[in-house]
Design a protein. Structure first.
Length: 318
């Protein structure tokens, strides 16, 4: 079996796979340009997803399984993959720990006004008089839109702060660590209760432009909106309008419609916006966790089991 990786894999991981699976041929490459000559004979392809095209899929005469070493798969050439009946799996779940920590950390930073005190320290100012504006996150209500692995981990951490956790998903089925679950169609009914609204939506046809002004109008004027899913779930203009009209108190944004965010975009300088450059999932454990999923699936695949972990429903896009 020929296994090709266009994703750069550290030498110690390469050594592990070549030693553990000596009957398979591995080609570990640093990018698709290097991997290109091996695509035609590849049975399995490891990739981060953004380097695949319709043309490459057409060339991949033997390709049966694509392992995407990230959770996001929105840049894959879906139609070409579906046409050839190729299995796709991703690394869903590997981000749950860093992203849940990110959300709690950023909410604490905003509510405890950490930015002010860091600036005060740098300017040698004793800003004790600003303490009246400090807020707690405990005993609040968090609405998490996207109740998958990341959402459940965030809900679990929120329980340490005695929060009420409300989940919103496509199906609305019961999930661990959520006090209540609703479907996406019911979102407007739960937003008035939210102190924090966290979006962890993937990018699909159904979720692009998901949050509209009517949703922000339902939120408390003291609410904080945090987006760490996909930037196209809400437009920057909608967020700016909601902030300027006082529909919400603050927005924490890790993802944007256009990345990198243009230097002249008004979000940069808005006093009610805290931004990070799409780093909520960053962790030194990212690739080891992804490769653990790949190895688990490789064991299944070699044994003839096609019920792989994190198999993607290509028609739904996740």
């Amino acid at each position: 079996m020929n296994i090709v990786s266009s994703a750069e894999i550290p030498p110690y991981m390469q050594d592990h796979f070549t030693a553990t699976y000596p009957s398979h041929q591995f080609q570990f490459c640093s990018g698709m340009e290097e991997a290109g000559p091996y695509i035609q004979s590849a049975d399995i392809l490891l990739t981060y997803g953004e380097d695949l095209t319709d043309e490459l899929i057409e060339q991949a005469a033997e390709l049966k399984w694509i392992m995407v070493l990230s959770a996001g798969i929105d840049e894959l050439p879906f139609e070409a993959i579906k046409k050839k009946g190729i299995i796709v799996t991703n690394s869903r779940g590997i981000h749950k720990i860093p992203m849940a920590e990110y959300a709690i950390g950023m909410l604490l930073q905003v509510c405890r006004n950490t930015e002010l005190f860091i600036d005060s320290q740098r300017s040698h100012q004793w800003a004790r008089g600003e303490r009246a504006g400090l807020q707690e996150i405990s005993n609040k209500t968090m609405v998490i839109v996207g109740a998958g692995a990341i959402g459940q981990e965030l809900a679990r951490l929120a329980k340490a702060f005695r929060m009420k956790t409300i989940g919103v998903s496509h199906s609305g089925t019961e999930k661990s660590y959520f006090d209540e679950m609703y479907t996406q169609k019911d979102l407007a009914t739960v937003l008035p209760n939210a102190d924090f609204v966290v979006s962890i939506l993937p990018s699909t046809k159904e979720t692009r432009g998901f949050f509209r002004m009517e949703h922000f109008e339902k939120m408390k004027p003291t609410a904080i909106f945090l987006n760490m899913g996909r930037g196209d779930a809400v437009s920057g203009e909608t967020i700016l309008d909601a902030l300027d009209r006082g529909e919400i108190a603050h927005a924490i944004l890790d993802v944007f419609e256009q990345e990198p965010l243009p230097a002249d975009h008004p979000l940069w300088d808005h006093k009610k916006v805290t931004m990070t450059p799409h780093v909520s999932g960053a962790s030194p454990e990212y690739l080891p966790r992804a490769m653990d999923i790949f190895e688990e699936n490789l064991e299944k695949y070699v044994s003839g089991d096609r019920k792989l972990v994190n198999a993607i429903q290509l028609d739904r896009g996740y």
